[in-house]
Design a protein around this ligand. Structure first.
Ligand code: FAD
Ligand code: SF4
Ligand code: SF4
Length: 462
């Protein structure tokens, strides 16, 4: 029998993608999903599962797809993953479950993420998501979850199902964390995130928005006044800067600010929504991760004529997902590689006119294992742009750490936790980016799952 090729997910044609925020990856059809599921070898040791931070029983759900029992496939996934329609879309599967797949050695691992997304979308279409509420009776204990990103969502869902009364406190006016304010609509439609948040609400979780913990209430106050335990999942949302001259010029954004204005405040629907955003003719996005790709592709959709990714290493070292680099290229984003900005250039009105850059070459690998970029003396040149977006990463949000001196942190300000999310403070747990540093959706969920297990174990003893 000839070895079947991996089924690739259909995508929206490039001309339709541009000037719209429609989802680019279209999902597998039923026939495609079954065909892909039939390729799975059902390996007895299923190495794929060890690559999933929340431990989904991957061969089992794939077998159910092959048998067209999508409902059971959904049940199996949902046992371990509260938000499969989201992870099926944004998980870096190629370095997680798919990397561990036996078939990866032959270059064509099972498309586990696409199959997961297929099942989750099927469940949404069939209304199964609405039915699947199984929870224990209230045990009378209260848990506060600070932050409503993937880490907080996981803890809230797990504990609500176990009978805890859970209250989520969110600083912004909408719950969802980066899923809502960071990742753009064309990669993760907001109606999908809303559905998953509604699932939390149906589990009885109370979500209080516009409340900043560390300001409105402190962690100590939460513990004293009502809550038996507190989980901190406040993420990493404090942008890093290049710290080069001219960074305060007009029309320089951080990627966080740029994407938040567009996603959360719907600037792309101006004037229907009155959030102003100005994207110039030639845009330079500095960075090589997912955030940089998102910002660059968003700028193109907002009407920029030319968008450049300015990155100090080569494409090989880019931390962005491979698929997103391909999508960006297909859409016309240009790559200015081995280039480091040294100074922003403005005019007499302090408006950005260009970036002075220097050429780089690659040296020996650094601590991250990637080859270190080294400036080439005398190679400075001016790069004309009228908008710049700085996407070089974020620090963890520091407010709670500052207002809770009992919480131990590391040199990057991350909250120090044990393997189960316990912090240095009794009854206080943490997970997601605020403990890991910038990570991924599923890693945030994995730490959330561990913390909810620890909270349940510790509170049971009470
Ligand atoms: P977050 O999602 O950051 O949520 C934290 C929440 O806490 C926020 O809503 C914040 O408003 C709230 N908060 C902060 N401080 C307080 C406070 N004091 N009181 C109350 N609330 C507070 N990962 C992937 O796996 N795949 C991707 O494709 C991907 N793309 C990304 C694209 C962008 C643009 C960005 C920014 C990140 C991306 N990531 C991606 C990373 C991923 O989104 C994060 O790792 C993940 O969201 C972290 O989850 P979290 O729950 O720890 O925090
Ligand atoms: Fe793979 Fe992510 Fe799904 Fe786990 S949650 S099986 S890592 S796509
Ligand atoms: Fe199927 Fe790959 Fe997992 Fe084997 S390793 S069970 S082929 S998904």
């Amino acid at each position: 029998m000839p070895i079947r090729r991996r089924v690739e997910m259909p995508k929206l044609p490039v001309e339709e993608r541009m000037r719209s925020f429609k989802e680019v990856a279209l999902g597998l059809t039923e026939e495609q999903a079954v065909q892909e599921a039939e390729r799975c070898l059902q390996c007895p040791h299923h190495p794929c599962t060890s690559g999933c931070p929340v431990g989904i029983d991957i061969p089992k759900f794939i077998k159910m797809i092959a048998e067209r029992n999508f409902r059971e496939a959904y049940r199996i996934i949902k046992e371990k993953n509260a938000i499969p329609a989201i992870t099926g879309r944004v998980c870096p599967q190629e370095v997680q479950c798919e990397m561990k797949c036996t078939l990866a050695r032959m270059g064509e691992p099972i498309a586990i993420g696409a199959l997961e997304r297929f099942v989750a979308d099927w469940a949404i279409r069939e209304g199964i998501v609405e039915e699947e509420i199984v929870k224990e009776d209230s045990n009378g204990m209260n848990v506060a979850v600070v932050g409503s990103g993937p880490a907080g969502i996981t803890v809230a869902a797990d504990l609500a199902k176990l009978g805890y009364d859970v209250t989520v406190f969110e600083a912004l006016h909408k719950p969802g964390g980066v899923l809502v304010y960071g990742i753009p609509e064309f990669r993760l439609p907001k109606r999908i995130v809303e559905l998953e948040i509604n699932y939390l609400k149906r589990l009885g979780v109370e979500i209080k928005t516009n409340i900043i913990i560390g300001r409105t209430y402190t962690i100590e106050e939460l513990l004293k006044e009502k809550f038996d335990a507190v989980f901190i999942g406040t993420g990493a949302g404090m942008p890093k800067f290049l710290n080069i001259p001219g960074e305060n010029l007009v029309n320089i954004y951080t990627a966080n600010e740029f994407l938040t204005r567009i996603n959360l405040m719907k600037a792309y629907l101006f004037p229907e929504y009155d959030t102003p955003i100005k994207v110039g003719r030639r845009v330079g996005v500095i960075g090589g991760g997912n955030v940089a790709m998102d910002a660059a592709r968003t700028a193109l959709r907002l009407g920029a004529e030319e968008v450049y990714i300015i990155y100090r290493r080569t494409e090989r070292e880019m931390p962005a997902r491979r698929d997103e680099v391909i999508n960006a290229k297909e859409e016309g984003v240009k790559f200015q590689l081995l280039t480091q900005p040294v100074k922003f250039i403005g005019d007499e009105n302090e408006i950005l006119r260009g970036i002075q850059c220097i050429k780089m070459k690659l040296g020996e690998p650094d601590a991250t294992g990637r080859r270190r970029p080294i400036p080439i003396p005398g190679s400075e040149f001016n790069f004309e742009v009228d908008t710049a977006i700085v996407a070089i990463g974020c620090h963890v949000n520091p407010l709670i750490q500052r207002t809770t001196p009992q919480l131990k942190t590391n040199k990057w300000g991350c909250i120090i936790v044990d393997d189960w999310g316990r912090t240095s403070m009794k009854r206080v747990y943490a997970g997601g980016d605020v403990a890991l540093g910038e990570a991924t959706v599923i890693q945030a969920m994995g730490t959330g799952r561990k913390a909810s297990t620890a909270i349940h174990q510790d509170l049971k003893k009470k």
